[in-house]
Design a protein around this ligand. Structure first.
Ligand code: ZN
Length: 467
């Protein structure tokens, strides 16, 4: 069999399913009618690269080693002197594989008969089984990105799908993974509901049609299974906060891209652009948790929370405790225990809007209890990111309507992602064969893929198989 996983990067469930219902994506609608469809929660940060770790390793981004699109390398063991700041934008994307944990294997390492296209994570892929690799390709991508050439992205996106199908026909992989970047690129520029985004969704539909036609012609229709999923949602961002500039204006020495050689107080590492890791006291090689930082940094925390652009400040507290602060809704603690249960205790308020204290919920119950809130799966997500060795000392999630970076973007953003907020965390999933169990999170897809391929599921993954 061949399992094909297509990432419709940045597709929202409402727009994708809406276009399918309206008859605008006939190949995807046909998949759904034969198989299944669901709305899943992605991961925090809800940003490309980090949000691919669930698909390709079965891990949350922090555990996989990619805590954000940008991060500061406090331990200085992954990055070069003197910046020690990682960004996966443009050519930096080629660093992602080296940053991944060695503790777990990628999908391509589990199944060497694989093909990968336009994926940030490609460890284990034979170069002849990779579409879009090497410095030349990376440089061309960086050029398209930084020039802000959206028509170039559209042509590239269509070419990617066609090349992907040609390679599958020629190389007959057992699993093939392709990211279609078009929906995300156009959503940033025109908004998720723009007609141009529909064109990018039709590119995904086109790839599905080509795949099905190719397998039908070869008499192999029964051997093909297709999944279509997204890595994050999209939300309108009419307002932009220059977070790095604002913190610098308060008198702190700030390190932020592209000026990563200066500033020793705070590194501001923005993702998506609706989340940020903030690292304090950059000379420290080991991470300190908030109780040890409070005396010096409480005034900064209070100023950050008071910004209109900041919805939640998430503080790793050590001992599996995370403190969550909102200026209007107060603060609460989230705990995770050794038995894999999660608790929520309101202190001065209810920043996650759950309406109650929660005690000892397992990951499934924690997902069920938060799925309809503004912060779906928040308990599991904040613990996962706060526990990551490479995470910031203060983690910000932007308020709806805001993002956290104004300068140095090649294309003006009218829509974005990265935050813990609902519109950015929910993603669509469609499969051409029914899935018997319940898929809740994108992190469930990796073990489900291994089960579909008849491979052994390793212990300790963050998701569970729905097959
Ligand atoms: Zn994006």
């Amino acid at each position: 069999m061949t399992l094909v996983i297509l990432v419709a990067d940045g597709a929202r469930p409402d727009t994708l399913f809406g276009a399918m219902d309206a008859g605008q994506l006939p190949a995807l609608a046909a998949l759904r009618s034969r198989g299944s469809a669901a709305t899943l929660t992605s991961v925090f940060p809800s940003v490309t690269g980090s949000a691919y770790t669930p698909f390709l390793l079965g891990l949350h981004p922090g555990r996989a080693g990619l805590p954000g699109l940008r991060w500061y390398d406090r331990s200085r063991d992954a990055t070069l002197w003197p910046a020690h700041a990682r960004s996966y934008v443009g050519l930096g994307g080629m660093r992602a594989d080296a940053d991944l944990t060695r503790e777990y294997r990628t999908l391509f390492e589990h199944e060497p008969r694989s093909i990968g296209g336009f994926t940030y994570i490609g460890r284990g892929l034979n170069p002849r089984r990779r579409i879009g690799s090497g410095w030349l390709f990376g440089a061309r991508m960086a050029w398209t990105h930084f020039r802000g050439d959206l028509d170039g992205w559209m042509r590239f996106d269509r070419w990617l799908g066609e090349e992907f199908v040609r390679r599958i026909v020629a190389q007959r992989p057992r699993v093939a993974f392709l990211a279609h970047p078009g929906i995300d690129k156009l959503s940033h520029r025109h908004g998720a509901e723009s007609p141009r985004v529909l064109q990018a969704m039709q590119t995904v539909d086109h790839t599905v049609r080509l795949l099905e036609d190719a397998f039908a012609r070869a008499g192999r229709r029964e051997e093909l299974e297709i999944w279509v999923v997204s890595d994050h949602g999209h939300a309108t961002v009419p307002q932009h906060e220059d977070l790095a500039g604002t913190i610098a204006s308060w008198g702190y020495g700030v390190r932020a891209h592209p000026w990563v050689l200066r500033g020793r107080d705070v590194a501001v590492m923005v993702s998506g652009n609706a989340m940020a890791h903030l690292y304090l006291e950059l000379q420290r090689r080991r991470r300190a948790v908030w109780p040890a930082l409070r005396d010096r940094w409480q005034p900064l925390l209070e100023r950050l929370i008071s910004l209109a652009a900041v919805d939640l400040a998430i503080l790793p507290m050590g001992d599996s405790r995370v403190s969550i602060h909102s200026s209007s809704r107060g603060h609460a603690d989230v705990f995770t225990a050794g038995d894999g249960t999660y608790s929520y205790r309101r202190i001065s308020g209810d920043p996650l809007g759950i309406g109650d204290d929660l005690l000892g919920l397992d990951a499934t119950a924690a997902w069920e209890r938060t799925r309809e809130t503004e912060y779906p799966d928040a308990l599991v997500q904040v613990c996962a990111i706060a526990g990551a060795p490479r995470a910031g000392d203060i983690i910000l999630s932007a308020a709806p309507g805001w993002d956290l970076r104004t300068r140095y973007e090649p294309v003006l953003h009218v829509s974005g992602h990265g935050a813990l907020h609902r519109e950015q965390m929910l993603v669509p999933f469609i499969s051409s064969r029914p899935v018997t169990g319940l898929l809740r999170r994108t992190v469930d897809l990796f073990p489900t893929a291994l089960a579909t391929l008849g491979l052994t599921i390793p212990r300790g993954l963050d998701g569970v198989s729905a097959r």
